[in-house]
Design a protein around this ligand. Structure first.
Ligand code: NAD
Ligand code: TYD
Length: 354
């Protein structure tokens, strides 16, 4: 008798969103075996999964999606029924400094997974799912009005978003050309626990805590649509199980903030939590050189997902932000560990000339 009903490969499960997805699936589906395939780059951290590492339906495999033979071998030995593909280089600033990493991991890595799935599923495609996790950044930059819908033309403008757009195109091509059973979702900016402190929220929480300058790019007028990471992985769960094969779903929180308003809100919450006088942390705001090609605005229309699958965000932004700040303040050890070593070098290179 088979020990598990299904075996699912989650790539990038040691990263920010991946670790939340692994946690959800391991706990919610004891009848699934979840195999976390991650090569532990600077952004991958097994400490993100301490609470599930001993669960009987969880296994970690250190492997690199850019290595075609490693992916073929894993498909051969685990006989995956599904793939949820999150592994990627994910930070726009790093893609500006070093685009090739993004091209290898995000494009070649995705192609390797598609080829492995195509080869190993060719005799029994029924019930298999290749789920590709993507970003709203593939759609480019909005003006002051309008929203990204699933039909919005792709217009990526950073090496990161261009590499994600390429991988989305490949996934769709394998559906149309080879009947590979794929699903894609494009999500807006996530926030929550276990996010690597190169991204806006954890970086600024860390800096506010340590009384370091808050480097706001340009005038801080860029707009992002923020979604709690747990709501993102809830949406992935719905789409994986009930979404239509071959379809794309946009995921977003209808929660737009200019960077500067969001940063000021974070400062005021942290003043209160750290027992500082009101206005103390805002003094750390420092306007620096803008990011090259900085997209002005992202905003997602997620009505397809809401209407077809009944998904809605579970948490109001202010509540989610408080919870997130509390988590980082309560997990200072986690933050200190990930900001030692190579992080310091990255930080100096990224911010020294700004
Ligand atoms: P992350 O950078 O926190 O984690 C990426 C993970 O992938 C890490 O664990 C890393 O070790 C792993 N990885 C990188 N290269 C690998 C390789 N060659 N082989 C195996 N593993 C490798 O990223 P995240 O923020 O959790 O994003 C996960 C996915 O979600 C990405 O595909 C990203 O494009 C997408 N996404 C992110 C956001 C966001 O706001 N963070 C929003 C929408 C979509
Ligand atoms: P980020 O978290 O890198 O996400 P993305 O670029 O993928 O949306 O950045 C969010 C916004 O914050 C973006 O408009 C850039 C801005 N930002 C800063 O102003 N300063 C910073 O140090 C960082 C990392 C980002």
């Amino acid at each position: 008798m088979k020990e598990f009903d299904k075996t699912i490969m989650v790539t990038g499960g040691a990263g920010f969103i991946g670790s939340h997805l692994v946690r959800l699936f391991v706990n919610k589906y004891p009848n699934y075996k979840i195999v976390n395939v991650d090569n532990l780059t600077y952004a991958g951290n097994l400490a993100n999964l301490k609470d599930v590492e001993d669960m009987p339906n969880y296994e970690f495999v250190k492997a690199d999606i850019v290595k075609d033979d490693e992916m073929q071998q894993l498909f051969g030995s685990f006989k995956f029924d599904g793939v949820i593909h999150l592994a990627a280089e994910s930070h726009v600033d790093r893609s500006i400094a070093s685009p090739n990493e993004f091209i290898y991991t995000n494009i070649v890595g995705t192609a390797n997974l598609l080829n492995a799935a195509k080869f190993h599923w060719k005799d029994e495609p029924e019930g298999k799912i290749f789920y590709h996790v993507s970003t709203d950044e593939v759609y480019g930059s909005l003006g002051e009005t309008g929203f990204f819908v699933e039909e919005t033309s792709y217009d990526p403008r950073s090496p990161y978003s261009a590499s994600k757009a390429s991988s989305d195109h490949l996934v769709r091509a394998y559906f149309h050309t080879f009947n590979l059973p794929v699903k894609i979702s494009n999500c807006s900016n996530n926030y929550g626990s276990y996010q690597f402190p190169e991204k806006l929220l954890p970086l600024f929480i860390h800096n506010i805590k340590n009384n370091k300058p808050l480097p706001v790019y340009g005038k801080g007028e860029n707009i992002r649509d923020w979604l709690w990471v747990v709501d993102h992985v809830r949406a992935i769960d719905e789409i994986y199980h009930r979404g239509k094969v071959g379809e794309t779903y946009n995921i977003g929180g209808h929660n737009e903030w200019t960077n500067i308003d969001l940063i000021k809100l974070m400062c005021s919450i942290m003043d209160r939590k750290l027992g500082r006088d009101t206005g103390t942390s805002e003094k750390l705001i420092t306007y620096v050189k803008d990011r090259a090609g900085h997209d002005l605005r992202y905003a997602i229309d997620s009505s397809k997902l809401q209407n077809e699958l009944g998904w809605t965000p579970s948490v109001q932004f202010e509540e989610g932000l408080e919870k997130t700040i509390d988590w980082y303040l309560e997990n200072i050890d986690w933050l200190e560990n990930v900001t030692s070593g190579d992080y310091k070098k990255y930080y100096e290179e990224q911010y020294v000339d700004r």
